[in-house]
Design a binder for this molecule. Structure first.
Ligand code: ADP
Length: 627
C-alpha cells in the first residue's frame, strides 16, 4: 500500500528558501538529526524505566555513516521509532501557524538557529543539504508495521511499507550536488566533534584503528597489532552533568585539557549547578591570562541538554567573565531568538546574576581559605576582579572584600587593610587620604624612594586595567584620592600641615624663577619655587595628576579627540631650601647661574629618563666642564 500526501504548509517553495538562506550554517543539519536520534533513544529508555516498554532495550548506540558512491548520509537510532501515523503527525505537520508568518519572520532572521528552533524545523534542516530524504522507521509498539517516508524537497511526500526489522529510525539523506563536501570522513568527524561530543547516548561514526597487545615475541617483548574498533565520538556523561562531590581535581583538569588542548592548566574552577528558578549546569575555569583581552575571548561553550549550540555567550555571561573558559548548559536559555530579545529575557538576566554571584562567592572563599595561595594567584585573578568591579556594581560590593592592592614592595592588602595602613601618614590637612601609585617602578624610582623616605607607601598599578581601576576606586572610596607618585614633588603630594616652608624671600624666589625660566627656555615647563627638605633634589619635574590623566585618555582614544592637542605641561619644582639654589643665588655671574640652573634641571629630567638626544649630549659635556 502506498500513500501520497502533501506536507501541510501553505507555500510551495519553503525548502528552496531554507536551502538558500541558511547556506552558511548548513552543517547544523547533522546536529538536528543526531539530537532527534538522541531524544528518541532517551525516550525508549524512559518508557522502559516506567515499565511502559516491555521489550529488550538492547544497545542504543546511534550510528552515523555515509556512502560516497551513493551520496548518502545516514543517521540510525534504536529509539522509539515511529509508525506511519506518527510520521504523518510529527514530520508532515510543520509546527507553525502558517507559511505567511514564517516567511514574514524569515526576512530578519540572522542565522539558521533562529529559524530552525523557532518553527520546529529541526528535521527539515536536512533539506539544506539533501535533495531527497528518506525515513525508515519501526515503532516500539507491539506488532507495528515498519514505515518508509520519502520526500524530494517539494511539499509532496510518499509513505509506504518498509523492510526495516529493528526498532528505531534511519534517516537517509541523498546529498545534493552543492553539499558534497559533507560526504567526507574528516568533515563529518569535525561536525560531530563540534556538536555531538558530549551527547548523552553513544554515537558511533565508523571505525578507527587502535593498537592492542598481541602476545610476546621470542625475546619476551610485547607485540602489538592494529585492530579496527568502533569509533565512538562522544563522552556521554561529561563532568558538568556529574555531582561535584564525585569529582576530583584531576577530573576537572582532564576535562579542561580535553576542551583546550593547547592551554596551560587553569588557576581554579567553579562548578555551576542550579535547578531553580532556572536550570543551569556547567563548569567555568579561570585561565592563566596574559594581559591579552581579546585573544582569550569566546572560550565558553554553550550547550542545551548536552547539545553544543554556540561559543558566543555574549549576553548570557557577564561581559567581564567573557575571559573565563568552560561550558554552560541550560535548556532555559532561548537559543533561537534574536540578540535583542535575549538581552531582555528574564532568565538570561537571572543567569547572568547567578554566574556573577557564584564567581564572587568562589573568589571570596578562596581568599578566606588560603590567603597565601590567593595572593600568589592574584596577578592572574586580579584582572578579572578589577574588570568585574569596574563593570558591575554588584560585583564591586562583593569584590571589595577580596580585591588586593599591591605595593612596590610586593606586599598585598585588602582595600580596608590598606586604608588603615596609610591613614596615619597619608592623610592631608583637609582629611583626605591620598593613595600614591606608580605605573612603572623603574622609571619612577626616584619618586618612589622619596615617598618611602617620608613613610609614604606606593602602590604598583602597572597593568592596562589599572588606570580604569584607579578612576573607579576614586569614585567609590570615601574621602580618598589617588595620585601618581610623580604628580608633584614629594612634599606637595600630600597637602599636610607643617610642611617645609620656602625659606627664600619673595624677591629671591622671583629671581630664582627668572633664572630657571631663562635657562630652560621652553614654554612646556612652568617653574615654581617652593619649600622642600634640603635632602630632596634641587629640582623635580612633575606632571599634574589631572593633566596626565587627560593626556592618557586622549592617547587611549577617549575624550573624543578633545584632548588630542593637549600640550605637554610639566611643572618644574625648584627646591628653595636646597644648597644648589643657594649657590645659584650667590653667584654673581649670570652665565654661571644659568649653567647651574640648567644642570640642576637636566638632572631632574635624567632621573626620570626624560633626558635624551642632543640635550643629553649637551648635559654630559657640561658635566665634564663642571668637574
Ligand atoms: P523537534 O525535534 O524540535 O520536535 P523536529 O522537526 O526535529 O522537531 O522533529 C519533529 C518530531 O518528529 C519530533 O518531535 C519527534 O516526535 C519526531 N522525530 C523526529 N526524529 C525522530 C526519530 N529519529 N525518532 C523518533 N521520532 C522522531
Amino acid at each position: 500500500m502506498q500513500e501520497k500526501g502533501t506536507i501541510s504548509i501553505h507555500t510551495e517553495n519553503i525548502f528552496p528558501i531554507i536551502k538558500k538562506f541558511l547556506y552558511s550554517d548548513n552543517e547544523i543539519f547533522l546536529r538536528e538529526l543526531v539530537s532527534n536520534a538522541v531524544d528518541a533513544s532517551q525516550k525508549i529508555k524512559r518508557l522502559a524505566a516506567l515499565g511502559e516498554y516491555k521489550g529488550e532495550l538492547g544497545d542504543l548506540t546511534i550510528d552515523v555513516s555515509f556512502d560516497k558512491d551513493k551520496k548518502t548520509i545516514t543517521v540510525s537510532d534504536k529509539g522509539i521509532g515511529m509508525t506511519a501515523e506518527e510520521i504523518k503527525k510529527y514530520i508532515n505537520q510543520i509546527a507553525f501557524s502558517g507559511a505567511s508568518e514564517f516567511v514574514e519572520k524569515f526576512k530578519d532572521a540572522k542565522d539558521a538557529n533562529e529559524i530552525i528552533g523557532k518553527f520546529g524545523l529541526g528535521f527539515y534542516s536536512a533539506f539544506m543539504v539533501a535533495d531527497t530524504v528518506e525515513i525508515h522507521s519501526l515503532s516500539r509498539e507491539e506488532g507495528a508495521e515498519p514505515a518508509k517516508w520519502v520526500c524530494d524537497g517539494s511539499t509532496e511526500f510518499e509513505i509506504s511499507p518498509s523492510d526495516k526489522t529493528e526498532r528505531g529510525t534511519d534517516v537517509i539523506l541523498h546529498i545534493n550536488s552543492e553539499s558534497e563536501e559533507f560526504l567526507d570522513k574528516w568533515k563529518l568527524q569535525e561536525i560531530l566533534d563540534k556538536y555531538a561530543k558530549f551527547l548523552p547516548v553513544p554515537i558511533r561514526f565508523g571505525t578507527k584503528s587502535e593498537s592492542v597487545e598481541d602476545g610476546v615475541d621470542d625475546k619476551g617483548e610485547k607485540k602489538w597489532k592494529s585492530v579496527e574498533v568502533d569509533n565512538i565520538i562522544n563522552t556521554t556523561n561529561p563532568i558538568w552533568t556529574q555531582a561535584p562531590s564525585e569529582l576530583t581535581d584531576e577530573d576537572y583538569l582532564k576535562f579542561y585539557k580535553e576542551l583546550y588542548p593547547m592551554s596551560e592548566d587553569p588557576l581554579f574552577w567553579i562548578h555551576l549547578n542550579v535547578d531553580y528558578p532556572f536550570n543551569l549546569t556547567g563548569v567555568l575555569y579561570f585561565p592563566k591570562v596574559k594581559n591579552d583581552f581579546d585573544l582569550q575571548r569566546n572560550k565558553i561553550k554553550l550547550f542545551s541538554r548536552q547539545v553544543f549550540i554556540t561559543d558566543e555567550v555574549k549576553d548570557i555571561v557577564p561581559e567581564f567573565l567573557m575571559l573565563l573558559h568552560g561550558v554552560i548548559d541550560s535548556p532555559d536559555i532561548p537559543l533561537n531568538v534574536s540578540r535583542s530579545f535575549l538581552q531582555a529575557d528574564s532568565n538570561v538576566k537571572k543567569i547572568n546574576n547567578y554566574i556573577t554571584k557564584k564567581v564572587a562567592d568562589k573568589l571570596g572563599e578562596l581568599f578566606k581559605k588560603d590567603r597565601k595561595v590567593y595572593e600568589e594567584k592574584w596577578k592572574d585573578i586580579g584582572l578579572f576582579v578589577k574588570y568585574g568591579m569596574i563593570s558591575e556594581d554588584k560585583f564591586y560590593e562583593k569584590g571589595k572584600d577580596f580585591a588586593l592592592l599591591t605595593n612596590t614592595n610586593g606586599e598585598h592588602f585588602t582595600l580596608d587593610e590598606y586604608r588603615e595602613k596609610v591613614k596615619p601618614y597619608q592623610t592631608g590637612k583637609d582629611e583626605t587620604l591620598v593613595y600614591l601609585y606608580a605605573t612603572d617602578a623603574d622609571k619612577q624610582d626616584t619618586f618612589i624612594q622619596s615617598a618611602n623616605k617620608k613613610d609614604y607607601d606606593v602602590l604598583l598599578m602597572d597593568s592596562p586595567i589599572d588606570s580604569h581601576f584607579i578612576q573607579h576606586l576614586e569614585g567609590k572610596l570615601e574621602k580618598a584620592s589617588l595620585k601618581r607618585v610623580d604628580a608633584d614633588v614629594v612634599d606637595k603630594l600630600i597637602d599636610k600641615e607643617g610642611g617645609y616652608e620656602n625659606l627664600l624671600t619673595e624677591e629671591q624666589s622671583n629671581k630664582v624663577k627668572e633664572i630657571f625660566e631663562k635657562a630652560i627656555n621652553n614654554k612646556t615647563y612652568s617653574v615654581e619655587v617652593q619649600g622642600s627638605s634640603p635632602e630632596e633634589l634641587p629640582v623635580t619635574v612633575t606632571m599634574d595628576e589631572f593633566m596626565r590623566r587627560m593626556k592618557d585618555m586622549a592617547k587611549n582614544g577617549g575624550g573624543m579627540g578633545l584632548y588630542g592637542s593637549f600640550p605637554d605641561n610639566y611643572k618644574v619644582g625648584v627646591n628653595g631650601n636646597h644648597p644648589v639654589v643657594d649657590k645659584i643665588l650667590k653667584s654673581e655671574d649670570a652665565a654661571e647661574q644659568e649653567r647651574l640652573a640648567k644642570q640642576a634641571f637636566d638632572l631632574a629630567l635624567l632621573s626620570q629618563g626624560l633626558l635624551t638626544g642632543k640635550e643629553l649630549t649637551a648635559f654630559v659635556k657640561r658635566s665634564v666642564e663642571l668637574i
